[in-house]
Ligand binder design. Structure first.
Ligand code: SF4
Length: 356
């Protein structure tokens, strides 16, 4: 156990969804993870890995003709890495192999179309990609003080961001990549209320002591492209922080949402209150049985045993293990930042192709 109590956004999500799942999974709790990956690949993760290459700050000045094949190679490498992890102990069925191959082709096509779309609207310079950093949680009642657990352990939040860019006016924006196969784009309000974007914005401002102008929601949709040149729709609507602009085709949508300082600050207060709940010595743990959550829960087998009054420990011993790796996966692109104290930064960047 480290001196600090560290929480992460995925643990917050589990805590909100089901305290039993959170108790089994969170690093500060039982810290179990399934031994075998539940799926052959995560398509969204592979597309994210590709975009990390495309927007790698050290290559932003390179001709895009050089970067595009590297991006496609990053996508394929991610798909292969995930498939290899799955097949360490199992064979792929013919249907699984076909699905993997189809997604490899689909992702390559999607990225090639994205390159054309992005080249017309990427009016910024990336400054950070796939960065992970910790921040000390300020006490909402006294922001000069850091929050601690009842035993005096400082509370920290560990965040990983997709991308931060600086625009032509030297304003910082936090970019969120989102992949979806939904036939409809989410409503604008869903982006304005995007918890992940606000949490990352708040953490980034606190960690890097700089102000963000807002968030850019970079959405990619897996749909069959219409023939011919895609029709571009442009929209501008007033928002609390300024004019929200949106450009979209059937496959891609880019939304700039200027944010007010208050809405980012309020998200930070919500995170602090939630972490105080998480670390409350009187916290009660109970399951939240709901098929919406249980159908995709990685802890369904031990939970079923507990629900039926059986012993869950043999199931945990066979199918789960205590986490072995750190938060930052070796072999993936990105950087880890430390703050010693808050203002001093140390970064480790790896250029694509030099990862171990
Ligand atoms: S199966 Fe459902 S109730 Fe059980 S831990 Fe998972 S989300 Fe919670």
């Amino acid at each position: 156990m480290s001196v600090n109590y560290v929480a992460r956004p995925w643990e917050s999500k589990l805590f909100q969804r089901c305290r039993r799942a959170w108790d089994l999974a969170a690093r500060e709790r039982q810290d179990y993870e399934p031994i075998e990956p539940a799926q052959v690949f995560d398509f969204g993760e592979a597309i994210h890995d590709a975009l990390d290459v495309y927007y790698f700050p050290g290559m932003w000045d390179w001709g895009r003709a050089i970067v595009r094949p590297l991006t496609l190679a990053g996508f394929e490498k991610s798909m292969r890495r995930q498939r290899d992890a799955y097949t360490q102990t199992r064979e792929l069925s013919a249907a699984q192999l076909q699905d993997w191959e189809q997604h490899l082709e689909r992702g390559t096509g999607l990225l090639e179309r994205y390159f054309a779309w992005a080249s017309e609207i990427d009016r910024f310079t990336p400054i950070q990609v796939a960065s992970q950093f910790d921040i000390a949680l300020p006490d909402p009642a006294d922001p000069e003080r850091g929050l601690t657990t009842a035993e005096g352990r400082p509370l920290q939040y560990r965040v990983r961001i997709d991308l931060v860019v600086i625009d032509d006016h030297e304003l910082y924006w936090l970019v969120e990549h989102r992949l979806s196969s939904d036939p409809h784009w989410p409503e604008l309000t869903a982006l304005q209320l995007d918890e992940q974007a606000l949490t990352r914005s708040w953490a980034w401002q606190l960690g890097f002591l700089a102000k963000l102008e807002g968030t850019i929601h970079n959405e990619l949709r897996v749909v069959a492209p219409a023939a011919g040149k895609p029709e571009v729709q442009v929209r501008a609507v007033p928002g609390a922080g300024g004019i929200i602009t949106q450009r979209s085709t059937e496959s891609f949508r880019r939304t700039h949402i200027p944010r007010t300082g208050l809405e980012i600050e309020r998200r930070g207060i919500a995170v602090a209150l939630e972490m105080q709940d998480m670390t409350d010595p009187l916290l009660r743990i109970y399951p939240n049985l709901s098929w919406e959550h249980c159908s995709r829960c990685a802890y369904r087998s031990p939970c079923l045993a507990m629900t039926q009054g059986a012993d869950e420990r043999p199931i945990l011993q066979v199918g789960y293990r205590k986490r072995v790796g750190g938060d930052f996966e070796l072999g993936r692109l990105g950087s880890v930042w430390g703050f010693v104290p808050e203002i001093h930064r140390v970064a480790e960047h790896r250029a694509p192709g030099t990862e171990q």
